[in-house]
Design a binder for this molecule. Structure first.
Ligand code: ADP
Ligand code: 5GP
Length: 185
């Protein structure tokens, strides 16, 4: 007998491969429901409103926060990001496996508000490899990469706060491990 689906939170430093792992996983298991966050950051090429994020203005984000519409939110490297509360609670209520891909500050807030959430940390094989991936992605200018590497040092130190650590050496392996943790396999 499997337990009722829990909320799973995937965190880890920028550039470690969270989006890549999640995209791979959902290609084979579209039944895993991934929360779409609101963010004040500008879209990267190819990112679509309502699919990758809800891209909102500062004023719209102020309103979401003031109205209590976010399950958690945080400022990360100069932009704000938050998880719309209602959609997550609806999916959990419907018994579907729910995944959040959020930063460390958000993961801490979820731990406070939802005691049975499962917190998964995605770690790089090494610091050098993390720098390589973040730089190699080619989506941020050097000063933004620096800010994200500063945040990464803090995030890596928080790894012991998580329930499970997965090392992203192979996207396929990590996606499989994550599915198993979510009771989808
Ligand atoms: P995040 O969502 O954590 O910020 P991304 O998914 O955008 O990270 O990945 C950052 C870069 O690392 C991308 O260029 C991606 O193709 C690459 N990458 C992700 N996982 C791996 C892996 N296991 N091995 C090699 N490169 C990877
Ligand atoms: P990016 O700008 O690279 O898409 O995301 C930057 C960081 O913000 C990543 O660590 C990502 O997990 C995190 N993030 C994305 N959405 C949310 C959210 O809704 N809440 C929080 N706290 N962090 C988020």
């Amino acid at each position: 007998m499997s337990e009722r689906p829990r909320l799973t939170v995937l965190s880890g430093p920028s550039g470690v491969g969270k989006s890549t792992v999640v995209a791979h996983m959902r290609k084979e298991h579209p039944e895993v429901w991934l929360s779409v966050s609101a963010t004040t950051r500008r879209p990267r090429p190819g990112e679509k409103h309502g699919v990758h994020y809800f891209f909102v203005s500062d004023e719209e984000m102020d309103k979401l926060i003031a109205n209590g519409e976010l399950l958690e939110w945080a400022e990360f490297a100069g932009n704000r990001y938050g998880t719309p509360r209602a959609a997550v609670l609806d999916r959990l209520e419907a018994g579907e496996p729910v995944l959040l891909e959020i930063d460390l500050q958000g993961a801490r807030q979820v731990r406070e508000s939802m005691a049975d959430a499962q917190l998964v940390f995605l770690a790089p094989p090494s610091w050098e490899e993390l720098v390589r991936r973040l730089t190699g992605r080619g989506t941020e200018p050097p000063e933004v990469i620096e800010r994200r590497l500063d945040a990464a040092r803090i995030e890596l130190a928080a790894e012991p706060e998580f329930d499970v650590t997965l090392v992203n050496t192979s996207v396929e392996d990590v996606a499989r491990e994550l599915l198993a943790l979510m009771d989808v396999l």
